[in-house]
Design a protein around this ligand. Structure first.
Ligand code: UD1
Length: 423
């Protein structure tokens, strides 16, 4: 794999900004929005509520003037957990929100108790019935919220709920992911008064109303990390552009520890290396700025190749080793005990049929197939389409040998997710 790839807009930011557009009636414009299934699903959620959406050349225009419903049905929410992020904005705009309990990636029992407890602290009444959660409040009141854990989704939902609460809200032990900073900037441009988004203490001074705005979605650090691993495992030389390296610091440190060459240059990251020279290293996933859980699966592929043993500890989600059995089918030697995995490296992979259990693991299996001898067939790639824009097309453009095929193994002449036009 040799060449250059441009990073798309971040899925995990775009989805929240779309939800936040509900906060103000009128037309919000988001640029650099990735063409991925999750964005389509969130568009369907907003359209169901009454929004009018147009998506052209990476710009998503959302007119929320006619949004009247405060109910998000099961059929939509179960397809994507991030749909619950509409709870805070709807509560804010209509004084109530009724949202089906979420689905999404198969990463263990992903609860929403921090979201609900925080909303209660802000004065909302929370009721659960028939698989729905209903939250209501005449007007939210500023308060202090201490999160048990720096949950990304809870921090975002509570931030979006608190922007028009009366008085001041302080969220302590807030998640510090860069996507929260992006959401903070977006809300500020709508007229919100927020200090400290992207730090562990966020202070929100409630305002009476917000107005629609225009914003460019930040780059997708997980997509960038996935392609950097792809280059490392195939012994390639790849430059990923359009991303500030510091938001991937811990990940890049681990690549270097393995023996991958990493060069940071402005908004570009170049990696190259020889798989025969790589050595194992231990990795523990943690909230930002720790090693991102979303890059744990791709990292396991790299560690399987590196000489020696590595211990990977998953601290963020239960069940995030679900893909290990699939990786073993391709030739990996990994033993899982609880939330630790012992990766015995120095392996070479051979082609086989494998199945994506979730989004990031799906991408990792494709990387494993790319470095393996023979043909690997990765099934259930709808998971990958949820979060990677033009995945196969981007990889092919830098020399990867892979194609999208239908259930009978026939090449699909048109990508399910269109390649973005060059920007
Ligand atoms: C977001 C990202 C996901 C990423 C994760 C951690 C989106 C759409 N998804 O997910 O890609 O892997 O951050 O960086 O942005 N928890 C509770 N109760 C709650 C909320 C969370 O127990 O109310 C637990 C979860 O089960 C999990 C941990 O906290 O074990 C972290 O979850 P959280 O940070 O909320 O992740 P998400 O926002 O769901």
């Amino acid at each position: 794999m040799t060449g250059r790839l441009h990073v798309s807009g971040a899925k995990n930011s775009a989805l929240k900004l779309m939800a936040a557009s509900l906060l103000a009636p009128g037309t919000t414009r988001l640029h650099n929005v990735p063409q991925i299934q999750d964005v389509r699903t969130m568009s369907e959620v907003l359209e169901f509520l009454g929004a009018v959406i147009d998506f052209q050349d990476g710009t998503l225009t959302i007119d929320t003037t006619k949004v009247e419903s405060h109910v998000a049905p099961y059929d939509l929410v179960q397809r994507m957990r991030a749909s619950i992020q509409i709870m805070g904005p709807l509560l804010n705009r209509f004084g109530r929100a009724r949202v089906a309990m979420p689905g999404g990636c198969n990463l263990g029992p992903r609860k929403i108790d921090f979201h609900l407890r925080g909303l209660e602290r802000l004065g909302a009444t929370v009721r659960a019935d028939h698989g729905f959660v209903e939250v209501s409040a005449e007007r939210l009141r500023g308060t202090s919220i201490f999160l048990d854990y720096p949950s990304v989704g809870a921090t975002e939902n509570l931030l979006m709920a608190a922007v028009t609460a009366t008085g001041t809200t302080v969220i302590d032990n807030a998640a510090r992911e860069p996507e929260i900073l992006d959401l903070g900037k977006f809300l500020i441009s709508m007229g919100a008064r927020i200090e400290g988004a992207g730090t562990s203490r966020i202070e929100i001074h409630g305002v009476d109303e917000l107005s629609p705005t225009e914003h460019t979605v930040m780059p997708d650090r997980i997509e960038a990390g996935t392609y950097l691993v792809a280059a490392a495992v195939t012994g390639g030389d790849l430059e990923v552009e359009g991303i500030t390296p510091h938001i991937l610091q811990m990940f890049l440190a681990k690549l270097r520890a393995v023996g991958v060459h990493v060069q940071e240059n402005g908004r570009k990251i170049r990696v190259w290396g020889s798989p025969g020279d790589y050595t194992g290293t231990d990795v523990a996933t943690l909230p930002y700025p720790g090693f991102p859980t979303d890059l744990q699966a791709p990292m396991m592929v790299l560690l399987s190749l590196a000489q020696g043993s590595s211990i990977v500890t998953e601290n963020v989600f239960e069940n995030r080793f679900g893909f290990v059995d699939e990786l073993i089918r391709l030739g990996a030697d990994i033993k899982v005990a609880g939330h630790h995995a012992l990766v015995n490296g120095g392996r070479s992979f051979t082609g086989a049929i494998v199945r994506c259990p979730d989004l990031r693991a799906g991408a990792a299996l494709v990387l494993a197939g790319m470095m393996g001898e023979g043909v690997t067939e990765v099934r259930d790639i709808f998971h990958i389409d949820r979060g990677y824009e033009g995945f196969t097309e981007k990889l092919r453009s830098v020399g990867a040998d892979l194609e999208r095929v239908d259930a009978e193994g026939e090449p699909l002449d048109r990508p399910l997710v269109e390649t973005p036009s060059p920007s």
